[in-house]
Write a protein that binds this ligand. Structure first.
Ligand SMILES: NC(=O)c1ccc[n+]([C@@H]2O[C@H](COP(=O)([O-])OP(=O)(O)OC[C@H]3O[C@@H](n4cnc5c(N)ncnc54)[C@H](O)[C@@H]3O)[C@@H](O)[C@H]2O)c1
Length: 340
């Protein structure tokens, strides 16, 4: 079987992280990488999970600094877009219009209106667009989804999700595009979206949201907390870029079912524990593959015509629409209805 020919576009933290997964797959091959800053192809970068040291590109992988030239020259089955957020719609649309399948990093785009253009282009093109909402594939979150869908522990009564990190400047010289909210969408769109998307994935669209946020002295949002309105459960989530640089990344959830509580806290050992109504607390078995590996395998299965459950462009777009409402709510200090 011929391997799928794939290009990674943007070879920063996520490009390298994804490369680490692609190189393990048997049915796909990275044939080229593109970065407007060629030094990125060999430079070491550092991101929030510290897994991105993948500078061992074989010389057979062709290198481009111009996306249009790469699309023109290569015969590709897929592009993996790991660029800064403002470039997600531009580059995804160009690739789709050429009939090339797209795996696009989250957030899909800066707002739902921009996402709509991507959804429309995908429909017209006949190619496929999946958004890399990796938390849906993260092992503990995948197990949680199974608990919710199976009803194994009854209905969910309440759920709280958290994601706390220092500002994402790492070795980016103390300032970078992430801190420009017009580019990244700030902590609400760049990081909090992970939990908003998970909440959407688990419980469907909320009726409304009520958010409060805190502004850093330099004008960007560094903390957001949201209550998502559902008729039968209490759902909350908070995310921070306000933690001191020495703070170690923390994320997780506390989901209260009728007959158990499921808790994930990356600062605890064990991190994932289920406290059942009867019997002792235990740590459930989780899939071994990382969320990044599972999401990329899902994308490959989908574009290969195999059975798959991808994050569709419409579903990712709807998660961005929830965050649009959260940002509006935080600004106005009022509850905001979700418009689809
Ligand atoms: N899923 C996750 O867990 C996760 C984690 C971190 C970042 N992200 C997302 O991934 C995306 C990229 O983030 P990152 O941390 O890798 O950023 P980054 O700044 O480390 O990397 C972006 C790369 O794109 C390159 N680039 C910029 N403009 C380009 C152009 N016109 N053509 C080609 N290359 C260009 C830059 O030179 C850089 O190497 C963002 O949207 C971010 O929100 C997702």
């Amino acid at each position: 079987m011929e391997k799928l020919k794939v290009a990674i576009v943007g070879f920063g933290f996520m490009g390298r992280t994804h490369y680490g997964v692609w190189k393990k797959l048997r049915n796909a091959k990275v044939v080229c990488v593109c970065d407007s800053n060629l030094a990125q192809i060999t430079a070491k970068t550092k991101g929030n999970l510290d897994v991105a040291d993948n500078s061992d590109l074989p010389s057979s992988v062709r290198v481009y600094d111009d996306f249009d030239k790469m699309l023109e020259t290569e015969k590709l089955d897929a592009v993996d877009i790991t660029l800064p957020t403002p470039l997600h719609p531009v580059m995804s649309i160009k690739a789709l219009e050429k009939g090339v399948n797209v795996l696009c990093e989250k957030p899909m785009a800066i707002d739902a209106k921009t996402c709509d253009r991507m959804v429309a282009t995908e429909k017209k093109s006949g190619a496929k667009l999946m958004v890399a909402q990796c938390v849906r594939y993260w092992p503990e979150y995948a197990v949680l989804k199974n608990f919710v869908d199976s009803g194994k522990y009854g209905k969910v009564i309440a759920a709280d999700f958290t994601r706390f990190s220092p500002a994402p400047v790492w070795n980016r010289g103390g300032k970078c595009w992430f801190l420009d909210e017009s580019k990244s969408g700030g902590v609400a769109l760049d990081m909090h979206l992970h939990d908003t998307d998970e909440i959407h994935h688990l419980f469907g669209m909320p009726e409304s949201v009520s958010s409060r946020s805190h502004l850093h002295k330099d004008g960007w949002t560094d903390f957001i907390v949201t209550t998502y309105s559902y008729p039968d459960k209490v759902v909350t989530s908070s995310s921070s870029w306000a933690m001191a640089p020495s703070f170690v990344w923390e994320s997780g959830f506390r989901v209260v079912f009728e007959k158990a509580v499921a808790v994930l806290n990356t600062h605890s050992n064990p991190a994932f524990v289920v406290y059942p109504e009867k019997g002792k607390p235990f740590t459930p078995k989780v899939p071994k593959a990382s969320g990044y590996e599972s999401e990329i395998k899902e994308f490959v299965a989908w574009i290969s015509g195999d059975e798959a459950n991808p994050v569709t462009a419409q579903s990712a777009r709807d998660s961005v629409a929830i965050v649009d409402a959260e940002r509006k709510s935080a600004k106005t200090a009022r509850s905001v209805k979700i418009q689809i």
